[in-house]
Design a protein around this ligand. Structure first.
Ligand code: NAD
Length: 315
């Protein structure tokens, strides 16, 4: 495994992080024992940063993750969870709710502190509230020793940029914004670096779009993007390569990202992901894939409130 600094936190994190949303059944039912083995495999292979949220599986992912981490040396991993999102359309960024939320997460995760607490999908909230109320409430929890660092997550990069420029945040996380299908996060990364904010990349497989199985029904990508991704998967299969390997190796490569979170509840997939993150793709195959995906490259959907998305939707 290779490690990179997490911005100005003083922590070094693995270039591949474990994303725990599948533990909540977000991508289909899972066998809890498999999910626990996936977490343990990640840790055994040197992954030392884990991302979760109370939203994933309506608290189930945190509960399963807490079981997986029982008995593991707490100083051996960086634990990140979130506040503010509790359902498909359930958001509450108030000081009272996020303060209670951290306590609930601590109990489910079986720990007395979180290394990173992130405001989850801020584009669905009022950014002024995130800046003036949510983050100051989390700052109080930092002073109390319950959390060590603060961050924000979301899809439209404009929303993350606005908050990071207005108030110091240790990390930003965006998803599906640096993959074979979109490069926007790399363009924003220097701006965050200049603010001292670490950039975390999530969903290197574009939430399943760049896998043999394809995207789940709830995926926001429109049919042309799904078709192009399926064609790329077929091309890779003809070359005897799994599209997930190419996608992961591509997304995890830039040193501008402290880490790239991939999600799986399968130990076998996690072991492959670690190997693939450290492997380069044949440049000729990559060229062919990029040519195939060029017509849909950079397609971005809108997420959250209109005011937090530029008019084009290409945030
Ligand atoms: P992802 O791109 O990592 O894709 C996950 C899907 O790919 C799952 O269906 C999984 O089974 C499959 N997969 C994983 N490894 C595979 C392999 N080797 N072969 C074939 N299929 C494989 O998407 P994700 O899980 O949504 O994102 C990763 C993590 O990033 C999440 O778990 C979460 O922690 C974080 N995240 C955060 C936000 C946010 O804060 N708003 C949003 C998205 C993701």
């Amino acid at each position: 495994m290779r490690y990179r600094p997490l911005g100005r936190t003083g922590l070094d994190v693995s270039m591949l992080g474990y994303g725990a949303s599948p533990l909540g059944g977000v991508y289909g039912r899972i066998d809890e024992r498999d999910g626990i083995r996936a977490v343990r495999t990640a840790l055994d292979l040197g992954v030392n940063i884990i991302d979760v949220s109370p939203y994933y599986g309506a608290t189930v992912a945190e509960t399963v993750l807490g079981r997986a981490l029982r008995g593991v040396d707490r100083s051996g991993y960086v634990l990140a969870t979130k506040v503010g999102r509790y359902g498909e359309a359930a958001f509450d960024f108030s000081a009272a709710r996020v303060t209670a939320s951290v306590e609930e997460s601590l109990a489910r995760l079986g720990t007395d502190h979180l290394d990173l607490i992130q405001c989850h999908d801020i584009e669905f909230g009022d950014l002024n509230q995130v800046i003036a109320e949510t983050l100051p409430a989390l700052e109080k929890l930092r002073e109390a020793g319950k959390v060590r660092f603060l961050g924000v997550t979301g899809y439209p990069l404009a929303a993350l940029t606005r908050v990071a420029a207005a108030t110091p945040v240790d990390t930003v996380l965006s998803y599906c914004r640096y993959t074979l299908l979109d490069r926007a996060l790399a363009d924003s990364a220097p701006g965050f670096a200049a603010l001292g904010t670490a950039v975390m990349n999530a969903s290197p497989l574009a939430m399943g779009l760049l896998s043999r199985r394809g995207a789940p029904d709830w995926h926001p990508a429109p049919p042309p993007v799904r078709r192009a991704a399926a064609a790329a998967a077929e091309l890779c299969a003809r070359r005897g390569v799994d599209i997930a390997q190419v996608a992961l190796s591509f997304a995890a490569a830039p040193a501008a990202f402290a880490t790239t979170f991939v999600g799986t509840a399968s130990a076998g997939n996690m072991a492959r992901n670690v190997r693939w993150a450290l492997t380069e793709t044949d440049p000729d195959l990559l060229d062919e894939i990029e040519t195939l995906l060029a017509p849909v490259l950079g397609y971005a959907w809108t997420s959250g409130r209109d005011e937090n998305n530029p008019a084009t939707g290409r945030a």
